[in-house]
Design a protein around this ligand. Structure first.
Ligand code: NAP
Length: 481
């Protein structure tokens, strides 16, 4: 593989693509979304076969993938996302004249994207990372995930066709197949300017370290998953044991537990621990074991369970009914809060349908757990309004530990929209200032640039005096159109 050729072509494409208008980029993105839908009769069975995920789930994922691409298209058509800011000159100012300063967001350059095995469409080749990087004006070099190679290839062809149909340079999108070494070479190439990754902590962290060892370090936006704690309070849980057990098991076993927002940790007050554990066990026994993405993931799931089975602090509410080669049998163990507090290993993600129930005696113990929690994508609170009313300290503390704090329902199901934050403090991601889902994902691949005293003709349209794009801008401190 000629890495120089790949990046030269991406860099040349960048110099053109970064200046393509928002409207034309939107048309390009819509062509990708339309192209994916046009291939649905091939794509859905193929992705289902390669991932072991049911066709119904893949159908939903295709809708989500096309939907999020079109959401970026709308963002580009509206245009204000570039955050244009204009401070007019004041030549009369004393003691020194004030210059004309104009600032907006500009794309970084070629982005290397690593897709996830658990979302063969929505977080893979044409997934949120690729869509947001292309929307920002950055070419994408996509490292295909070996768990769904043919799906990846077909989606890559759809994107490349949209590139051609939009008269864009071919280097706007490159589909690269290969293993770990290929990924490492890609992010080490001097022309790579950023990396987006969804997957394991080990993978994300090692790519982050590698990117920081470059002579020119580049940002790595790695979403590495978390255990997404649920905290149940006494009154709420006591009044809704059956329904909350059902909601919890539904979220825990969805997609065989293979979601980065899967609730792998639940804090339960001791007074209801037995009743809740029995209700969960009853629900778990009604769930059929589902095939995991591939044998390697199933093996990793049962290996993690075996390590936990050797821990005497755990009491098993439900052991995995079998250790299958491919299917995930759900499991639940409980542990006393003071034992959990002793060892950070109990916070490690088990990718699959396993959860640890931490039984707490009182608020102080719960607060100590919250203090100890690692960074999370989500934290969920199940409490009556009255129970939460005087818990500002706890809620403040939990807000520091996650990207999304829920007060209802379960963490799985990540809404794609304007207000979503999918990304929390380390180790759930490598940069909690950004999201990998929703329109703000575009901000990962841009940087601000300010132009001082630039002649009007040379300014980008977003910064020209007459506001030819008709976008929202901050002019002399006021937001105006
Ligand atoms: P992964 O092993 O992290 O792999 C994701 C992608 O990154 C693959 O293309 C992989 O390439 C590449 N990669 C991994 N480590 C690398 C390294 N050190 N250098 C260069 N490239 C590297 O994730 P996965 O295959 O999707 O699933 C494996 C585990 O990841 C699961 O068991 C689960 O724990 C976790 N996971 C988390 C999430 C999440 O949402 N955060 C999603 C899926 C999976 P190769 O495949 O060629 O090695």
């Amino acid at each position: 593989m000629n890495y120089d050729q790949i990046f030269q072509s991406a860099q040349e494409a960048f110099l053109h693509f970064k200046n393509v208008s928002g409207k034309d980029k939107a048309t390009f993105l819509r062509r990708i979304a339309d192209g994916l839908e046009a291939e649905k009769h091939t794509l859905i069975p193929l992705a289902s076969e390669e991932s072991n995920l049911p066709e119904g789930r893949i159908t939903g994922e295709l809708g989500r993938t096309a939907g999020q691409i079109r959401l970026f298209a709308k963002l580009l058509e509206e245009g204000s996302w570039v955050e244009a800011v204009i401070d007019h000159a004041d030549p009369e100012r004393t003691p020194a004249p004030k210059p004309d300063l104009r600032r907006f967001l500009t794309p970084l350059g070629p982005v290397v994207v690593f897709g996830a095995s658990n979302f063969p469409l929505a977080f893979s080749t044409a997934g949120g990372d690729t869509a947001s990087a292309l929307a920002s004006g950055c070419p994408v070099i996509y490292k295909a995930h070996p768990a769904h190679p043919e799906t990846s290839k077909l989606v890559g062809q759809v994107i490349s066709k949209a590139v051609i149909d939009s008269n864009l340079p071919l280097g706007v999108f490159t589909h690269v197949e290969g293993g770990i070494e290929t990924g490492q070479k890609l992010i080490q190439h001097p022309l790579a300017k950023a990396v987006a990754f969804t997957g394991s902590f080990t993978g994300g962290k090692s790519l982050f370290d590698l990117a920081n060892q470059r002579s020119e370090p580049i940002p790595v936006f790695a979403e590495m998953g978390s255990v997404n704690p649920i905290i149940a309070f006494k009154e709420k849980l006591g009044a809704n044991i059956e329904s909350l057990a059902k909601a919890f098991v539904g979220s825990l076993t969805l997609g065989a537990g293979q979601f980065c927002t899967n609730p792998g940790l639940i804090m339960v007050p001791s007074i209801h621990a037995e009743a809740f554990a029995s209700a969960v066990k009853k629900e778990l026994q009604e769930i059929a074991a589902a095939p995991m993405l591939h044998e390697g993931i199933a093996e990793a799931y049962y290996k993690s369970l075996s390590i936990l089975e050797s821990r005497k602090e755990l009491k098993w509410v439900q052991v995995a009914a079998a250790k299958d080669l491919i299917k995930a049998y759900p499991a639940l163990a409980k542990i006393k809060a003071n034992d959990w507090l002793e060892d950070d290993h109990f916070q490690q993600e088990v990718f699959g349908s396993f959860a640890l129930m931490v039984v707490y005696e009182n608020f102080n113990e719960l607060f100590a757990i919250a203090q100890r929690l690692h960074g999370q994508l989500t934290i969920t609170l199940w409490g009556e309004n009255g129970e939460l009313a005087k818990k500002e300290d706890l809620i403040n503390l939990l807000s520091e530990k996650c990207g999304r704090l829920l007060f209802k329902g379960a963490p799985t199901g990540v809404e794609v929209g304007h207000a979503m934050q999918h990304g929390g403090p380390y180790p759930s991601t490598t940069d909690s200032r950004f999201t990998s889902v929703g329109v703000h994902a575009i901000k990962r691949f841009v940087r601000p640039i300010a132009y001082q005293d630039m002649p009007q003709d040379l300014l980008p349209d977003a910064l020209k005096e007459g506001n030819p794009l008709g976008i929202w801008r901050t002019v002399d401190g006021e937001l105006v159109k």
